[in-house]
Design a protein around this ligand. Structure first.
Ligand SMILES: Cc1cc2nc3c(=O)[nH]c(=O)nc-3n(C[C@H](O)[C@H](O)[C@H](O)COP(=O)(O)OP(=O)(O)OC[C@H]3O[C@@H](n4cnc5c(N)ncnc54)[C@H](O)[C@@H]3O)c2cc1C
Length: 385
């Protein structure tokens, strides 16, 4: 049953909300309540993603978010009693232009400097030896990080939720937030279809719907939902179970082993913001065509499933992890722009520090504030797939 009051209300039961509720409850912040409108947790973007985890980012802050998060994900079973199914199969970026090569070589230097020494720049012949099944026409270089790979978003979300409950947090599903009230210039309560909870602290973890929660508090949060889709194939016995997660940077085509076959995705650069889960069949064919070009053996496979989900996109493809300065008590952990699952452990931890200690301590994320958009201080992440 919905409580009348709470010290912190977390809105959204995806990986971000579950992680945030866990780290807050673990810090003993008081009563923590997580509200999710669906019947189960992880039914939003968390339940519709490709499960990729990687160190290979182009900004220091994202590399650091990955370093913290992958450490948690790779030790998840010891920490939460549930395996995150972490599989370090590696990520291989295929580069086809001199500009990409220059950028990725600079990225490798940055990754080494920040503390990820395992990333390597590869020549075309080294790539050919690694992925003999891939058509490498036009590929002039690549980067590989063998500790990048895959993990299971559902297990991570359930593990955090289990941990949060164990530390005393309350999780209420089928509870839709419909309003945020303020009093004296700060948050005072959250209104839902199940009643009202008085609270001085709200964390907006509503992913692609974060802007609609912001609107309830009179805020204009620049996060838009953008459809992304992928498909899986049935059995493809030629593909080894540990085939490297391969991405053609220029088109964003990617594929990795999934079950006994492959998961294949690509971003539609012309996709307009919107929250439909309908499959765009025309784009599916485009994706299929590109996938067949890079991986000709796909002609032997059957499409087993198609999935559309929503990226939660900000103008610089970086999240907001901060309190809104103009509205004390309103915090945002959203806008991960298509790579949020892998950063959910760090995000929950940092949000708990911001709320309990007044600022993030584990990683400097001061640049991921809400005010940067109005102030024109964008920090573009380049490695967006
Ligand atoms: C096709 C695709 C592939 C992806 N691949 C990867 C990948 O390989 N690696 C990676 O790291 N990330 C990937 N992502 C991104 C990742 O899925 C997201 O960044 C991440 O899941 C965001 O988690 P979240 O908890 O913020 O959002 P969500 O999981 O969407 O959770 C938000 C929750 O808020 C709830 N909610 C919304 N409004 C309300 C309301 N009014 N009241 C109550 N509850 C509400 C929703 O029901 C939802 O459950 C991918 C995304 C897509 C779509």
């Amino acid at each position: 049953m919905l409580p009348k009051t709470a010290d912190v209300v977390v809105i959204g039961g995806g990986c971000m909300g579950a992680s945030t509720a866990y780290y807050l409850a673990e810090r003993g912040v008081g009563s923590v309540v997580l509200l999710e409108r669906e019947k189960f947790l992880g039914m939003g973007s968390t339940g519709r993603n490709a499960g990729g985890v990687r160190y290979q980012f182009s900004t220091e802050v994202n590399i650091r978010l990955s370093m913290f998060s992958l450490n948690v994900i790779s030790h998840f079973e010891e920490l939460f009693g549930v395996s995150a199914s972490y599989r370090p199969i590696g990520y291989l970026f295929l580069l086809t232009t001199p500009e990409e090569v220059k950028t990725f070589q600079a990225n490798v230097e940055l990754q080494h400097r920040v503390g990820v020494p395992w990333v390597k720049y590869l020549s075309p012949s080294e790539i050919a030896a690694l992925v003999p099944l891939v058509n490498l026409e036009g590929v002039i270089g690549g980067t590989l990080c063998p500790r990048d790979g895959l993990a299971d978003p559902n297990s991570v979300t359930q593990g955090f939720a289990k941990g949060a409950r164990k530390c005393g947090a309350q999780i209420e599903t089928e509870t839709t937030v419909t309003g945020i009230k303020t009093k004296g210039g700060r948050v005072s309560s959250v209104v839902t279809n199940q009643g009202e909870v008085e609270t001085r602290t709200v964390v907006n973890c509503a992913g692609p719907w974060a802007a609609s929660i912001g609107k309830m508090a009179g805020l204009d949060i620049p996060i838009v939902p953008v459809r992304r889709q992928f498909f899986t194939t049935d059995v493809l016995s030629q593909i080894p179970h540990d085939h490297v997660f391969t991405i053609e940077m220029a088109t964003s085509l990617y594929f990795h082993p999934e079950g006994a076959g492959l998961l294949v995705g690509m971003s539609n650069a012309d996709e307009k913001p919107g929250d439909t889960y309908a499959i765009d069949e025309e784009f599916h064919l485009k994706m299929l065509e590109r996938a067949l070009y890079r991986l000709p053996l796909l002609e032997h496979a059957r499409v087993a499933s198609q999935t559309a989900g929503l990226y939660e996109v900000t103008p610089d493809d970086q999240p907001i992890i901060a309190q809104v300065q103009s509205l004390p008590g309103f915090y945002i952990a959203a806008g991960f722009s298509g790579h949020g699952f892998q950063h959910s452990p760090a995000t929950g931890k940092l949000m708990s520090e911001i709320i309990v200690d007044g600022q993030a301590k584990t990683i400097d994320i001061s640049m991921l504030n809400y005010e940067r958009f109005a102030e024109g201080r964008l920090i573009q992440e380049g490695n967006v797939v």
